[in-house]
Design a protein around this ligand. Structure first.
Ligand SMILES: *[C@@H]1O[C@H](CO)[C@@H](O)[C@H](O)[C@H]1NC(C)=O
Ligand SMILES: *[C@@H]1O[C@H](CO)[C@@H](O)[C@H](O)[C@H]1NC(C)=O
Ligand SMILES: *[C@@H]1O[C@H](CO)[C@@H](O)[C@H](O)[C@H]1NC(C)=O
Ligand SMILES: *[C@@H]1O[C@H](CO)[C@@H](O)[C@H](O)[C@H]1NC(C)=O
Ligand SMILES: *[C@@H]1O[C@H](CO)[C@@H](O)[C@H](O)[C@H]1NC(C)=O
Ligand SMILES: *[C@@H]1O[C@H](CO)[C@@H](O)[C@H](O)[C@H]1NC(C)=O
Ligand SMILES: *[C@@H]1O[C@H](CO)[C@@H](O)[C@H](O)[C@H]1NC(C)=O
Length: 366
């Protein structure tokens, strides 16, 4: 099973991405929420934000080597999920549609909007000290509420069905967790459990709000083993740069609690369908994927003796030789190659990686 799945990934990786021979996408629209893992340029519109990727070497493998604001050398996971479902790439940022492309606002929002903002979290304050300005999940959902109002106005009685059949993607939580453990390095078990409860309750409120606005297909990507990102591995320099266990244990507990949350949500809203992408297992499997030769060090940054994670990726840093063989692009984020593998797993993977169904089953009209 695991072996044939790996072969499928290899095969899809070679033929290029498409599960869909038709020109029409498999869902009417994609509405995308989250942090830097999904941001496709939102933060470029926040002049005060310090969480930006609008300079080289970001985007070096994007068409025209353009630094679009994606925290990747090329595309990110949101783009690859979109491609697999028949879109060209992720829909544009909300601010782009509202401010720069208002002539096409109407037709574009019917196909999707990306609200994700790097540095943001589930909680309103996450990222705001560190990065000055980010769009928190609650604000992202308010932006969607106004878009939903616009859609209802344009489509009248067919708006509801369109939103219901659209896919809502979420990838959020890592920044809340990074900040909590940075601020409370010696938190005890009781405090950690309280924090987990707070995060899950907050996530539940956000998801209830999009469901109340008409969403019925949720694709949720949990948090990866964040103790394995290069900047955290630095803490274990004397132990061969191994992953930081405490953060990984929390990430796994978060994922487990998220699964229960989604089961509860489904029992309250029986016509709701969801897929939970288990980033924990997905990433651990990638760490052992022989196609990725370097899974500890970042590709872009200084210097290789410190996993290129001590000095952030920028125009005056080193660049690794074979970007396709790296799991991490910078101190925190996956490469284009890893994002592509992750998206393939979310869309076509088995129940050990995405539960109760993968995204390609989730998007079937019900
Ligand atoms: C959006 O428009 C502003 C003002 O015209 C411009 O400076 C900016 O580069 C545009 N952004 C994008 C992503 O096109
Ligand atoms: C979309 O909805 C918002 C909030 O109701 C409104 O302010 C805005 O004018 C609408 N945009 C368009 C293009 O209709
Ligand atoms: C929506 O309803 C309004 C008034 O009720 C009507 O003028 C408009 O033509 C309708 N639009 C569509 C797309 O059906
Ligand atoms: C955990 O820390 C809090 C705050 O310092 C304290 O009130 C509580 O008693 C501690 N709990 C345990 C089990 O140590
Ligand atoms: C990165 O290291 C190179 C030498 O390998 C050096 O020239 C450069 O200034 C360093 N960049 C930064 C931002 O420290
Ligand atoms: C993923 O979903 C497809 C439906 O599109 C299904 O046929 C397939 O069995 C699923 N993959 C796995 C590995 O379970
Ligand atoms: C969606 O939920 C309905 C109601 O529980 C169920 O019958 C259907 O099989 C689900 N669809 C998918 C794709 O999981």
């Amino acid at each position: 099973m695991a072996k044939s799945f790996l072969l499928l990934l290899l095969f899809l990786g070679m033929v290029g991405l498409s599960l869909n021979d038709n020109t029409d996408p498999l869902v009417p629209a994609l509405y995308i929420f989250g942090d830097s893992t999904f941001d496709v340029g939102t933060n470029n519109f926040l002049s005060d934000s310090k969480a930006k990727a609008d300079y080289k070497y970001y985007g070096i493998d994007f068409p025209n080597s353009e630094a679009t604001g994606r925290f990747s050398n090329g595309y990110n996971t949101a783009d690859y999920v979109a491609k697999l479902l028949g879109f060209d790439l992720s829909p544009p940022p909300f601010f782009y549609l509202a401010q720069n492309d208002s002539n096409h606002f109407k037709s574009e929002i019917l196909k999707g909007v990306n609200f994700a903002s790097a540095g943001s979290g589930l909680q309103d304050n996450t990222g705001k000290d560190l990065f000055t300005k980010v769009i928190a999940m609650g604000e992202q959902i308010q932006q969607f509420a106004s878009v939903q109002g616009n859609i209802s106005e344009y489509l009248n009685d067919t708006a509801e069905a369109r939103v219901k059949n659209s896919l809502f993607l979420f990838s959020v939580g890592s920044n809340d967790i990074f900040e909590f453990f940075a601020a409370n390095p010696s938190a005890n078990d009781t405090q950690i459990q309280l924090f987990l409860n707070t995060l899950i309750t907050t996530y539940e409120t956000h998801l209830e709000n999009v469901v109340k606005l008409g969403a019925r297909k949720l694709g949720i990507v949990s948090v990866p083993p964040i103790g394995c990102v290069p900047v955290l591995r630095l803490k274990n320099a004397i132990q061969n740069f191994e992953c930081v266990n405490g953060l990984n244990a929390f990430a796994l507990a978060f994922q487990t609690a998220l699964e229960t949350l989604l089961q509860n949500l489904k029992s309250q809203w029986p016509d709701l369908n969801y897929s939970l992408g288990k980033s924990f297992e997905l990433t651990i499997t990638m760490i052992h994927n022989p196609r990725l030769k370097e899974v500890r060090s970042a590709c872009c940054g200084n210097s290789s003796a410190t996993l290129r994670a001590k000095i952030d990726c920028g125009p005056n840093t080193e660049l690794c030789e074979n970007r396709r063989k790296y799991l991490f692009w910078d101190s925190h984020h996956p490469t284009d190659a890893a994002s592509k593998l992750a998206a393939l797993t979310l869309v076509t993977g088995g129940p050990e990686f995405v539960t109760p169904t993968n995204f390609s089953l989730l998007v079937l009209p019900s």
